[in-house]
Design a protein around this ligand. Sequence first.
Ligand SMILES: Nc1nc2c(ncn2[C@@H]2O[C@H](COP(=O)(O)OP(=O)(O)O)[C@@H](O)[C@H]2O)c(=O)[nH]1
Ligand SMILES: [Mg+2]
Length: 313
Amino acid sequence: MPVLNMEREFSAKSLANSDDEMSESTEHNASSESTQLGSEAFSPYREKISPEQTRNIIIFGETGAGKSALINLIVGGPVADTSPDAQGCTLDTAAYPFTLAPHHFELFDTVGLNEPQLGKTGYLDAIEKAYRLVSTLTKQGGIHLLVFCIRGGRITTTTEQNYRLFNEFLCHRDVPVALVITGLELEDRMEDWWVRNEEALRGFGMKSVAHACVTATLGVERTHVRKYENSRNKLLELLREHGTGQAFAQERIGWIARLMKDLRGLLRITKPQAKKPSHKDMVKILRRRCRLPDNDAAMLMQKLREIDLEAGS
Ligand SMILES: Nc1nc2c(ncn2[C@@H]2O[C@H](COP(=O)(O)OP(=O)(O)O)[C@@H](O)[C@H]2O)c(=O)[nH]1
Ligand SMILES: [Mg+2]
């Protein structure tokens, strides 16, 4: 059974122990505009940062887990839309720049799976989003850290599949994962959640290099202000400590092809006679929606065939 990395856990524990500290002032600089992937228009702030300097942090988890609230907490202002029932397309992504001197980060707010499986339309939409995400990430230097956001509560099959989607399918288990547990404002000590649930998370195979038990809400009349500020401190420390290492990236078309194939494993076909989409269908979607150039389309078809051959299918 996979185990948590205990060596790295030490630093996670030290984050946890900052529960009683009051907020320090931290230099930061946030743009209130996100960068929608696939659009050529970057905010002026982004253009000033060279891709080598920017650390790309992917925040993922189920809808409602608190990903957007977490980004607002880190950035220190309401840049990302939070909503109790926002929906979207799996792998749809918006990026938010954030500076924690001397480091520049790009925080990617993602849409995860809302059910353990994808329908055919959801699958084709997810492929389009995967293409945009991977194209952006290869242009911007790869992924430095995955932040898995879970709402303190039950771990479901959807939670597990979201972990697989980003950790295994997108990052081939090569990127450190930090767990952030939200919704803990009613705990006397937020870290108690970890003590009670660490064993269960281990049982689900969720490995992490660090964790932070937090609240991403200030509460009515700022009831939770102290825990909120402590949560921000923990997250900034987590980014500093674990978000500034080596990036993971792959050759773009090969990366997309592999992700398309892996996503297929999550595809649910409800009508027994219906077929799964062919390579041609998938490439057609990318040509139509993302203007995939001819040579990339040919290379993608080739890669998809190679992966099939490798798998012996
Ligand atoms: N009580 C509480 N509510 C939270 C917390 N984090 C997020 N929320 C709320 O949960 C809802 C979903 O949050 P959101 O950030 O949009 O989730 P996302 O779908 O993962 O981006 C919103 O109404 C948030 O205000 C938290 O730590 N505690
Ligand atoms: Mg959101």
